[in-house]
Design a protein around this ligand. Structure first.
Ligand code: DX5
Ligand code: ZN
Length: 217
């Protein structure tokens, strides 16, 4: 299976948000990646429901919503109503992760869990059957434009092995942070299925070409 590309709108021009949504619509990218930050789980605040509602009005591809917020259970139905297709919560923010993942699926979305760079892949083994996607953070979450953590290649391979052992080979592995043409192919070779790319798409001289290159890397 070839991989999917999910440009992160965090790196878009918020003053030209509709233009950048249309750019992704017209590109070879597969999903929209939407980073919701609360200033508590991560040291930054990005955007919330009203902005997501505006994005959803124009987006013509699946919405991959990455919640970097504490106690995400409070908003599962809200994000379902806003049109999220994939809803990813952080393992570090969920006391009852198994229940949370069940609630996400119950609300009709694909259930994702994100792991911070320090969180071992072993932490998803006992919920592998409740998952549709694991997002490996290849930077510390909170900001775009950070340097890729090289350890992520080994972590991707270890996660792929764990999912296979648990009979959960269909679970998608997504890599988020510092992804670009310098590491895209190697990440897919290590077992990644979805590449998130913020700066490497929207800060490129030619974002459409950058998206095409990354989608076909
Ligand atoms: C970081 C976010 C990422 C970010 C990636 O907390 O989860 O999705 O937008 O941005 P780049 O690709 O610039 O590292
Ligand atoms: Zn993200």
């Amino acid at each position: 299976m070839s991989h999917l590309l999910a440009p992160s709108l965090l790196a878009s021009d918020f003053a030209n948000l509709q233009r950048d949504v249309e750019l992704v619509n017209a590109s070879d990218a597969h999903w929209f990646h939407l980073d919701v930050m609360d200033g508590v789980f991560v040291p930054n605040i990005s955007f919330g429901m009203p902005v997501m509602e505006a994005i959803a009005r124009h987006a013509k591809k699946p919405l991959d919503v990455h919640l970097m917020i504490v106690d995400p259970d409070r908003y599962i139905q809200t994000f379902a109503d806003l049109g999220a297709d994939v809803l990813t919560v952080h393992a570090e923010a969920c006391t009852h992760l198994h229940r949370t993942l069940g609630a996400i699926r119950q609300a009709g979305m694909k259930a994702g869990v994100a792991l911070n760079p320090h969180t071992p892949v072993e932490s998803i083994r006992d919920v592998a059957g409740e998952l549709d996607l694991v997002c490996l953070m290849s930077v510390n979450p909170g900001f775009g434009g950070q340097s890729f953590i090289e350890r992520t290649y080994a972590k991707t391979q270890a996660l792929r092995a764990t999912l296979d052992e648990e009979g959960a080979s269909d679970v998608l592995i997504e890599i988020d942070g510092g992804v670009g043409m310098g590491n895209a192919r190697a990440l897919v070779d290590a077992g990644a299925n979805v590449l998130v790319a913020g700066s490497s798409v929207f800060k490129a001289d030619d974002p459409l070409k950058a998206a095409s290159d990354l989608a076909n890397a």
